[in-house]
Ligand binder design. Structure first.
Ligand SMILES: *Cc1c(COP(=O)(O)O)cnc(C)c1O
Length: 394
């Protein structure tokens, strides 16, 4: 799907956020926050219900087998809530990490004081189905596996379908952190088996920050009563209260919910997950092609590149200083994101948020001008970066 009319700019003079959430939102989404709501009022209860129904529908559930439970806080609060609620005290989790968010899930397990083991693939190597199967064979105590759908620290799109097959073939259960992918990449419960997944308001649905949500198999949630270590982060208790009263247990982020409903309306208008995913894919393709023409190289081979965020190596040219590049990009209207690789210098450019290929062409133009102003003649990465990338399996 090619967009021909440019999306309107977020607001005159406001930079675009090329970051993976908070991100650039539509004007109407911001405008939806101009009204105050009573959290107990029937109007707000209806808004919560609509939000949950729409999210369950986005996950492809038509049989009423899945439920959606919103949770106050940033995305990490919901990850912690999901892990604390679905992992029983005598359970054990296999954490699949290939970046900061996988490692954060492992750290969360440490705080929860429950059993876990870690496969750490480093900065960006994908965990594969066969190694998950081998790890599950080797440790019969493992009850659950958690995988990051799009590992936002490198932008790698992990093979969740392959991992789900391996997990259920071994009779274990899968939890997914789809924070930065849900709403743009399919995670249909009819196609990929899992017990629960988590995402948040300020990623691919293009809402503002303030809450996350867990979409879980109803039977699994019913069995999770009493598991949680935390009063406020108990997904079962939140769900039970919502079912009984239609209200969130504690103060909900009312304005954020109102904005999110407008964001969901725009999401549906764009063609749902397929439409949103197509726009982001086009954003990525236009931006990556333009950056490669300037000499920049991506960390990942095309196969693993997500349409969410892309990591580029910093140029080897000694005139390239990331902080200067960042400031120049900001002056030109674009906030980019520093890289998170441990071995070589990098930076990231997000493809998500209220922007389209026209904006991405301007991003490339801004990068070109910034390089020229810095006196950088080649954007080619150092040899060490290329050697690092060569380790990435085909
Ligand atoms: C954004 C994100 C989170 C949550 O981060 P917060 O800063 O707590 O919102 C978790 N996992 C992934 C993969 C993410 O992209």
């Amino acid at each position: 799907m090619t967009q021909t009319t440019p999306l309107p700019t977020p607001r005159l003079g406001e930079p675009y956020l090329l970051t993976p959430g908070p991100l650039t939102t539509a004007y109407s989404t911001k405008e939806a926050m101009l009204k105050d709501w009573g959290s107990w009022d029937a109007d707000f209860r209806a808004m919560t219900k609509s939000l949950c129904n729409q999210l369950v529908a986005l996950a492809g559930d038509t049989k009423g087998e899945f439920v959606c439970v919103p949770m106050q806080g940033s995305g990490s609060f919901s990850v912690e809530a999901m892990l604390g609620t679905f992992i029983p005290w005598d359970g054990k989790v296999l954490v699949l990490a290939n970046g900061a968010y996988g490692l954060r899930a492992a750290e969360t397990m440490k705080y929860l004081g429950r059993g876990y083991t870690l496969i750490d693939k480093g900065d960006y190597m994908p965990p594969r189905g066969d190694e998950v199967a081998a790890a599950l064979d080797a440790d019969p105590d493992i009850t659950h596996v958690i995988v990051i759908h799009c590992e936002t620290s490198s932008g790698i799109l992990n093979p969740v379908a392959e991992i789900s097959e391996a997990v259920y073939a071994k009779g274990r259960k899968l939890l997914i952190d789809s924070m930065s992918a849900f709403g743009a990449l399919p995670l249909d419960v009819n196609e990929i088996r899992y017990e629960a997944m988590v995402s948040s308001a300020n990623k691919c649905i293009e809402g503002v920050p303030g809450f996350g949500f867990v979409i879980a198999r109803r039977s699994e949630l019913e069995n999770a009563k009493g598991n949680s270590h935390s009063l406020a982060l108990d997904i079962h208790a939140q769900w039970a209260y919502l079912e009984k009263t239609g209200q969130w247990r504690y103060t909900p982020p009312t304005h954020v919910v109102a904005a999110f409903l407008e964001a969901l309306r725009l999401h549906a208008e764009e063609g749902g997950v397929a439409g949103r995913g197509a726009r982001y894919t086009r954003n990525r393709d236009v931006m990556v092609e333009g950056m490669r023409e300037l000499g920049f190289e991506t960390l990942l081979k095309d196969r693993w590149l997500s349409p969410i965020i892309v990591t580029f190596f910093c140029p080897a040219d000694p005139n390239f200083v990331f902080n200067d590049f960042y400031e120049k990009m900001k002056q030109k209207g674009f906030i980019i994101y520093p890289g998170k690789l441990t071995v070589v210098d990098s930076f990231r450019v997000g493809c998500i948020g209220r922007m389209d290929e026209h904006v991405m062409r301007n991003v490339v133009q801004a990068a070109k001008e910034a390089l020229a102003e810095m006196g950088v003649t080649s954007a080619a990465p150092p040899a060490a970066a290329i050697a690092e990338r060569a380790k990435l399996a085909a």
